[in-house]
Design a protein around this ligand. Structure first.
Ligand SMILES: *[C@@H]1O[C@H](CO)[C@@H](O)[C@H](O)[C@H]1NC(C)=O
Ligand SMILES: *[C@@H]1O[C@H](CO)[C@@H](O)[C@H](O)[C@H]1NC(C)=O
Ligand SMILES: *[C@@H]1O[C@H](CO)[C@@H](O)[C@H](O)[C@H]1NC(C)=O
Ligand SMILES: *[C@@H]1O[C@H](CO)[C@@H](O)[C@H](O)[C@H]1NC(C)=O
Ligand SMILES: *[C@@H]1O[C@H](CO)[C@@H](O)[C@H](O)[C@H]1NC(C)=O
Ligand SMILES: *[C@@H]1O[C@H](CO)[C@@H](O)[C@H](O)[C@H]1NC(C)=O
Ligand SMILES: *[C@@H]1O[C@H](CO)[C@@H](O)[C@H](O)[C@H]1NC(C)=O
Ligand SMILES: *[C@@H]1O[C@H](CO)[C@@H](O)[C@H](O)[C@H]1NC(C)=O
Ligand SMILES: *[C@@H]1O[C@H](CO)[C@@H](O)[C@H](O)[C@H]1NC(C)=O
Ligand SMILES: *[C@@H]1O[C@H](CO)[C@@H](O)[C@H](O)[C@H]1NC(C)=O
Ligand SMILES: *[C@@H]1O[C@H](CO)[C@@H](O)[C@H](O)[C@H]1NC(C)=O
Ligand SMILES: CC(=O)N[C@H]1CO[C@H](CO)[C@@H](O)[C@@H]1O
Length: 604
């Protein structure tokens, strides 16, 4: 068979199979009678409230084990926790493409009691003691992979033959083999997209992108994630028995040509129960599993939709900025020939080159709750990359008082500097946002400017903000305001500052990034500070100690001296962060030389 007849054969085959096989298309069901389709954001959903009650029992137990492991001196974990009304622990993973996914994976692995050695040289058990885990873009690819694969661990992802196979670019999945590449796009993507369109739904490039991502993140599930839904998480046995944190994915609502900035963005969260926003511009939620249902001021007409909340689509929504690479294909990372092909196929699929995900029909159509007419007057709710407003570590949904956080761990793998390192913008943004209309009573602790953050080495080692609740009263906060533990991407054992648009990773690069993330979250496996787990423990118990008027132990005082920002400002200009590369081998790009060693100046 020659190349062209092969192609024709393929198209016929896929055309036929599309009609029967694609389970990607949403479908109609009759509407349940007792269902509310929109509600205001004045409180948590009953579903989340009830779930958190069940989860609390487990997180308390797991927190006791973590604090025991952390080895706090002059402190009895079970007595303290049993007697306390300790709040929740939240984990927030930043955006930044595969860089953020991989570096974040190492950080997540360090918190996971199931990972070898995490209970020896890491912070093992912190994941199990957390109530919420939230991801944006690459951070959401990470949490999405974990949750859509039965709460798998990073270690198990790495030993899987199917997940996170990143050697070939997502734009060139067949490697150099053009036939494979075409086959991939024809088979896996086009049928599904066509099926959704035939079912009467608008498709955008996010559908394409989401299906392509599913191939890397959901391949362990049947039909490569075509029928995997975000709301399915709620029916997962581990989630139902409260053994996982509560996952949240983040996007921004935006209209074509409408510019959003930090103070007027609408941060949309997509959790297994609900989709919506706490921000006054929208201030509503709708059930995730009924997305796609036509609603008018919150009322359905008797016919409801299921299956719109495809997991790959949700994961793709959080990263819709990436869509722009599909339309302006970046030849740096894929061979020119393949890029031409991919472009051809994709142009055919993508009817619009807007970098948006269309949530159409808009579940908030003609509602009167939020102040933004844009969000309720359009038939489509347009969601984009959640990092467009510079809130790249998604703290915001965790700042809602209803979520009762005592501490939030922010893992920042942003690319703020020219050399793709974070500079603390992800801290400054939520700090500033609280003073805008969209802040709506949220409180984020004081943080300094980016220059100070760099100069005081708060991106070189973890840093605590809001250490003293008494100092937060001028913000309207206090012991109910979470303490922030900030960990920034940093090279310890690998150059983990790869470009956001690097779309393929060799196996050793992938593992190197993950291992470096592990080192970053653990103070290089405890070698830079053997008390690091204890210091994390001190941060976790701080608010409850303050509420009870308890004095910190000497050990915790020392930790706070070391890791807390004390209000100092040092904003002299530094042109970028410079890392001396003495000791670190520059051979990160050759497979033979990947054992990068510590380098002098940055090991604080
Ligand atoms: C605290 O509670 C846990 C679980 O309910 C129990 O196992 C432990 O014995 C209690 N510890 C104390 C000191 O009461
Ligand atoms: C706190 O724990 C101690 C020892 O387990 C117990 O004697 C005491 O009654 C508890 N206090 C409260 C307020 O529960
Ligand atoms: C830190 O520990 C992890 C997990 O055991 C291991 O994979 C990694 O190689 C260690 N890193 C260093 C620098 O020893
Ligand atoms: C999910 O993982 C749990 C714990 O590892 C296991 O008991 C369960 O059978 C798994 N469920 C599925 C559907 O694979
Ligand atoms: C947000 O603010 C910017 C700058 O003031 C403005 O250009 C833009 O139109 C605003 N967007 C919205 C959605 O209000
Ligand atoms: C209700 O909505 C469905 C789905 O959008 C539509 O197909 C149907 O015609 C509508 N029915 C009425 C009575 O408006
Ligand atoms: C990574 O950081 C190092 C040191 O700052 C820099 O020399 C290098 O160019 C950066 N790499 C990328 C891809 O930005
Ligand atoms: C930050 O780290 C550098 C070494 O990289 C050190 O020279 C400097 O004194 C540190 N600054 C502070 C405020 O600790
Ligand atoms: C304490 O509060 C003041 C404002 O009252 C603020 O300027 C300062 O930065 C705060 N210090 C810390 C360490 O948060
Ligand atoms: C960083 O490197 C740039 C360019 O090489 C240099 O101009 C600058 O002074 C360096 N900054 C610091 C803090 O060493
Ligand atoms: C890696 O390469 C550097 C020079 O680029 C060399 O000094 C070092 O010994 C090499 N390390 C290994 C493990 O081969
Ligand atoms: C605490 C606070 O300011 N809450 C407000 C948040 O926004 C909604 C909708 O505008 C208001 O109703 C709340 O009072």
């Amino acid at each position: 068979m020659n190349f062209f007849s092969y192609l024709i054969f393929l198209s016929i085959l896929t055309y036929i199979s599309a009609y029967q096989l694609s389970s990607y298309a949403p479908f109609q069901v009759s509407c349940p009678h007792d269902q509310n389709y929109t509600r205001t954001a004045a409180s948590l959903s009953n579903d989340e409230k009830n779930w958190l009650q069940g989860r609390k029992k487990i997180t308390n137990e797991k927190l006791i084990s973590f604090l025991k492991y952390a080895n706090l001196v002059d402190f009895n974990p079970s007595e303290f926790i049993n007697n306390s009304s300790i709040g929740n622990i939240g984990l927030a993973f930043s955006g930044g493409g595969y860089r953020a996914m991989l570096a974040g994976a190492g950080m997540l692995a360090a918190l996971d009691e199931r990972v070898d050695n995490a209970n020896v040289n890491g912070l093992g058990g912190l994941l199990q003691a957390s109530s919420h885990i939230i991801g944006l873009l690459g951070g959401n690819w990470l949490t999405g992979t974990v949750f859509m694969n039965n709460f798998t661990s990073v270690q198990d992802i790495l030993s899987s033959d199917l997940l996170w196979q990143l050697e070939n670019s997502i734009l060139n999945p067949g490697g150099l083999d053009l036939v494979d590449t075409i086959q991939y796009y024809q088979n896996i993507i086009k049928d599904d997209i066509d099926a959704k369109e035939r079912a009467g739904f608008e498709v955008t490039i996010t559908d394409t992108w989401g299906r392509a991502l599913s191939d890397q993140f959901l391949t362990d599930t049947k039909d490569n994630g075509a029928s995997a839904r975000w709301s399915d998480i709620a029916n997962n046995q581990l989630f139902e028995t409260f053994q996982t944190p509560f996952p949240i994915s983040i996007a921004n609502a935006r209209y074509p040509n409408n510019i959003i900035i930090n103070s007027n963005s609408t941060i949309v969260e997509l959790n297994p129960f609900e989709v919506g926003s706490w921000d006054p511009s929208l201030y509503q939620f709708t059930p995730t599993k009924y997305l796609g249902t036509k609603l008018y001021n919150g009322a359905a007409n008797g016919s409801c939709i299921r299956g719109f909340d495809n997991a790959g689509f949700i994961i793709g929504t959080s990263s819709s900025l990436f869509n722009s690479i599909l339309t302006t294909i970046n030849t740096e990372y894929i061979p020119a020939a393949a890029s031409g092909i991919a472009k051809c196929v994709l142009q055919d699929i993508a009817k619009t080159d807007e970098d948006i995900a269309a949530y159409k029909p808009n579940p908030f159509y003609h509602t009167k709750t939020g102040y933004s007419a844009d969000l309720s007057n359009h038939e489509s709710l347009a969601l984009v990359d959640g990092g467009e407003d510079k809130e790249n570590v998604p703290f915001y949904p965790l700042l809602q008082p209803e979520r009762n956080m005592d501490v939030i761990f922010g893992f920042d793998v942003s690319s703020d500097t020219d050399q793709h390192w974070p500079d603390g913008t992800a801290l400054v943004s939520p700090y500033e946002r609280q003073f805008s209309d969209q802040g709506n009573g949220t409180v984020f602790p004081y943080v300094p400017d980016q220059r100070t953050i760099l100069n005081l080495n708060f991106t070189a080692k973890p840093a605590f903000f809001g250490c003293n609740a008494k100092n937060l009263t001028s913000l309207g906060g206090g012991t109910n305001t979470p303490l922030i533990v900030y960990t920034a991407n940093r090279p310890f054992t690998a150059w983990s500052n790869t470009s956001t648009f690097k779309l393929s990773y060799q196996e050793w690069e992938k593992r190197g990034m993950i291992q470096n993330g592990y080192g970053t979250a653990t103070r290089l496996n405890g070698t830079l500070d053997k008390d690091w787990p204890a210091c994390v423990g001190c941060a976790i118990i701080r608010r409850e100690q303050e509420r009870q008027g308890l004095e910190q132990s000497d050990q915790c005082k020392k930790c706070f001296e070391k890791y807390c920002w004390d209000g100092t400002i040092d904003d002299h200009e530094v042109p970028g962060v410079n890392f001396t590369d003495e000791g670190i081998t520059s051979g990160n790009n050759e497979s033979g030389n990947r054992t990068l060693t510590k380098f002098r100046d940055n090991l604080l």
